[in-house]
Write a protein that binds this ligand. Structure first.
Ligand code: UD1
Ligand code: UDP
Length: 387
């Protein structure tokens, strides 16, 4: 089976890496080809992950870059169609919920291979069935469309299976295999613990902090959802909350490029305040450094999907600055809590959380480092059905 593994944006790389490695263990059965759409392209949003995750450079790079949803999705589709016709893979495997995911599934579902017995590739979606039920999120459109275009739906939890069944997806297409993002975490945590990032940051921001940063004595922040960062008023409100929280604990904030772009529109007074506080705003950091920061943090504040899962696995308190989540299992069984978007509430939740003893959680089923193995076992057993 020739398999295209599609990745485009930061969280996709952690998801394809364990699958790629597992597929290469069976060279007689599988030929995995990594296709990078180029949705993310800065070194710290793309290249660094191929090094940290120890996977080869993309075999095919589409170089689409940024743009509006329509422009970006259309560019991916046009460029992906060409390589699909050229290589005629047996399967297109997509992960997550970004524009690259839906664009490549849509192309794969309608392509017609002219000189092959197979009319079109099988489409497999990894991390299928997650639903926020919030159609203001572009990812919700991507999730639902991709799932309905897919022939095989690999899920991370039983909620996802329920969501798919309710939407009328045939049971035999769904396989609960677990969480491939946790596979990467399990594989790389011991290497990540060698990270020197706390020393580097302590040195870089020496004037802003009274003591060098220490494990368990800082909060980690990421933000990139359009609903939080595209409106300068909302972003300003959240950053003002961080200013108050930083009076109690230093904040490490590797900032997503989308958010960096928007901070330029903030009032000068707020930017000045931020630059005097122990709020250490950096470029995005690599995967190993980020994993280290996550497991060393006292508290994580985020709007990321993947980070809700990683903190749950690591048993680190996570406050999610969103009204909903497509990953409710991280609230039910993990360390995650949703925070209403008001300055006082964000500050209150954060300070309360600093005073609380951490909730201890039980491991979540199949978030165990073996999900990619289950995916590949499934393909080896069931692959013939599709041939
Ligand atoms: C995308 C995904 C989101 C995912 C996030 C992970 C969609 C609709 N959104 O959001 O689901 O959670 O990635 O990080 O697919 N930019 C750069 N350099 C880069 C990449 C982006 O400067 O390497 C800037 C550009 O100004 C761009 C903006 O960030 O316009 C947004 O990038 P885009 O890929 O459109 O969406 P994200 O917000 O990154
Ligand atoms: N991550 C990283 N560096 C950072 C921020 C996040 O390596 O500076 C990793 C994080 O560990 C997780 C993934 O990126 O594996 C989450 O990606 P992101 O938050 O961009 O996307 P989402 O999961 O929200 O779609």
């Amino acid at each position: 089976m020739k398999i295209f593994l599609v990745a485009g944006a930061r969280p996709n790389f952690m998801k394809i890496a364990p699958i790629y490695k597992q597929l290469t263990k069976f060279p007689k059965d599988f030929k995995p080809i990594i296709v990078h759409t180029g949705q993310h392209y800065d070194e710290k949003m793309s290249k660094i992950f191929f090094e940290d995750l120890q996977i080869p450079k993309p075999h095919i790079y589409l170089g689409v870059g940024s743009g509006s949803h329509a422009y970006q999705t259309a560019q991916i589709m046009i460029r992906f169609e060409k390589v699909l016709l050229e290589h005629q893979p047996d399967m297109v495997m997509v992960v997550g919920d970004v524009n690259s995911t839906v664009a490549c599934s849509l192309v794969a579902s309608k392509i017609v291979y002219s000189d092959s017995e197979r009319r079109r590739p099988i489409i497999a979606h990894v991390e299928a069935g997650l639903r926020s039920f919030d159609w203001n999120m572009p990812e919700e459109t991507n999730r639902v469309l991709t799932d309905h275009l897919s022939d095989i739906l690999f899920t991370t939890c039983s909620d996802a299976n329920q969501n798919l069944i309710k939407e009328g997806i045939a049971l035999q297409k769904i396989a609960f295999v677990g969480n491939v993002m946790i596979d990467s975490l399990v594989q790389f945590m011991s290497l990540a613990k060698k990270s020197n990032i706390l020393n580097q940051l302590s040195h870089q921001f020496a004037e802003r902090i009274s003591h060098p940063l220490e494990e368990g004595k800082f909060a980690l922040v990421t933000l990139h959802r359009p609903s939080n960062v595209d409106d300068p008023k909302v972003l300003g409100m959240i950053l003002n909350a961080f200013v108050e929280i930083s009076e109690r604990i230093p904040i490490v904030f590797p900032m997503h490029p989308r958010t960096q772009k928007l901070t330029r529109q903030l009032p000068k007074t707020l930017l000045e305040t931020l630059s005097n506080r122990p709020i250490l705003i950096t470029e995005p950091v690599g995967y190993l450094d980020f994993l280290y920061l996550e497991q060393a943090a006292k508290l994580v504040l985020t709007d990321s999907g993947g980070i809700q899962e990683e903190t749950t696995y690591l048993n680190i308190p996570c406050l999610t600055l969103r009204p909903n989540t497509e990953r409710p299992i991280t609230i039910r069984e993990g360390t995650n809590r949703l925070v209403p978007l008001e300055k006082e509430t964000i500050v209150k939740y954060a300070l309360d959380s600093l005073n609380e003893v951490s909730k201890s959680t039980r491991p979540i089923k199949y978030w165990d480092g073996q999900a990619a193995k289950r995916i590949v076992e499934y393909l080896r057993k069931r692959g013939k059905v599709f041939n």
